[in-house]
Design a protein around this ligand. Structure first.
Ligand code: IPM
Ligand code: MN
Length: 385
């Protein structure tokens, strides 16, 4: 049987601490269920690496990573010892570059960021209905505002001009919208199976069991906004069972706070999705619990990348305080991703999700360290069937 190879890249800050707990869970699951999983640790701390080699990862990092089925990434971003007067500071633009290089280089065009307020997670909204928050934000991850084209003219002068190009292609728009519809269907059938169906009204008064909301800023950014809307309307014809909805990104921010429980699947551009998913993360209990993944769904030779939404949190790094919950949910998602080809691995992914969710439910508001949370989850996995 195929063995799944994982490149473990702990990264910077709290990355190594939360990744250590993920690896413990993987070890336990692998041994317990005899799973075909293998991993290699690739510690490339960006500050130290850059100081020594002049770049934040090995020059052939992408080639090395390409040999794996998935990349399990802690977090990137380490400016260096800020308090040291002789400090050598590494700008974010350098330490975070590999993240964008991986997404682009491996064409990880889907970024999935589920936001579900699970029992035990911190509830920021006072409204009782917040318990029903369960959305999947799908961020277009290959182009848009992140193409990195543009420049600075007359740099540093009072008449300086900075340009930053946004590029949207119909091909990338169609594939992300189709992905959104497919996920909506999948969620509807999972809910039907679990007996937790939801209902969404269409504009013509029909009732559907799932919804896709597409986000644009078409009242100001017309060209891509109109293309997104047209692509969405055309695609919707293939999915009459899915309710469709459009929101302008500013209104979407408002509605995420006013009535987030009304959303199901949300499809957004790269930057708008980036911003909305920080908001969505808070709706689901904060950065400590928000998973994320960067997927290439159609090229089996390209690794997908699994990394929580949170960053490297240098302010609490090394203290054992970081919550590994988001990392562990993300690891569960990785196993379910492999699980498309292997039922046992899929079951292990579900078991890990369940253990993390149960731990969250039972320890609401408790002050526990990284290790302690990892211990509790491992103990739960050990006991589970
Ligand atoms: C994220 C992050 C990255 C992004 C940064 C670190 C470049 O905010 O993964 O959401 O903007 O995509
Ligand atoms: Mn972000």
């Amino acid at each position: 049987a195929k063995s799944f190879r994982i490149a473990v890249t702990p990264g910077d800050g709290i990355g190594p601490e939360v990744v250590a707990e993920a690896v413990r869970c993987l070890e336990l699951l692998k041994t317990k269920h005899n799973l075909p999983l293998e991993w290699t640790n690739l510690p490339w701390p960006s500050h130290a690496w850059h100081e020594q080699h002049g770049e934040s990862m090995p020059a052939d990092a992408l080639e090395q990573l390409k040999a794996y089925d998935a990349i399990l990434l802690g977090a990137l971003g380490d400016p260096g010892p800020v308090s040291d007067p002789n400090r050598y500071l590494l700008p974010d633009s350098i330490s975070l570059a590999p993240l964008l290089d991986m997404r682009k280089g491996f064409d990880q065009w889907v970024c999935e960021r589920p936001a579900r307020l699970l029992p035990g997670a911190r509830q920021y909204l006072a409204d009782e209905r917040a318990k029903d928050i369960d959305m999947l934000v799908i961020r277009e991850n290959s182009e848009g505002e992140y193409v990195g084209q543009g420049g600075r003219l007359r740099k540093g002068r009072p008449d300086e001009v900075a340009t930053q190009m946004e590029v949207f292609t119909r091909r990338a728009t169609d594939r992300i919208i189709r992905y959104g519809f497919e996920q909506a269907r999948k969620r509807a059938s999972e809910r039907a199976e679990a007996g937790t169906s939801r209902q969404f009204k269409t504009l013509d008064g029909r009732t559907c069991e799932s919804q896709v909301c597409v986000i644009t800023k078409r009242n100001a950014l017309r060209y891509w906004g109109d293309m997104y809307s047209e692509a969405f309307e055309e695609m919707a014809k293939d999915y009459p069972d899915v309710a469709t909805h459009h929101e302008l990104v500013d209104a979407a921010c408002m509605k995420f706070v006013q009535a987030p429980w009304a959303f199901d699947v949300v499809v957004a551009s790269n930057l708008q999705g980036d911003i909305l998913t920080d908001l969505a993360a808070v709706l689901s209990g904060g950065m400590g619990v928000a998973p994320s993944c960067n997927l290439n769904p159609d090229d089996p030779d390209m690794p997908s990348m699994f990394e929580p939404t949170h960053g490297s949190a240098p302010d609490i790094a090394g203290e054992g305080l970081a919550d590994p919950t988001a990392m562990l949910f993300t690891t569960a998602r990785m196993l379910e991703w492999f699980g498309r080809q292997n039922d046992e691995v899929n079951a292990a992914g579900k078991a890990l999700f369940d253990a993390v969710a149960a731990d969250l439910a039972e320890n609401s508001g408790s002050r526990r360290g990284t290790r302690e949370i990892g211990d509790a989850i491992c103990a739960r996995l050990e006991k589970a069937g």
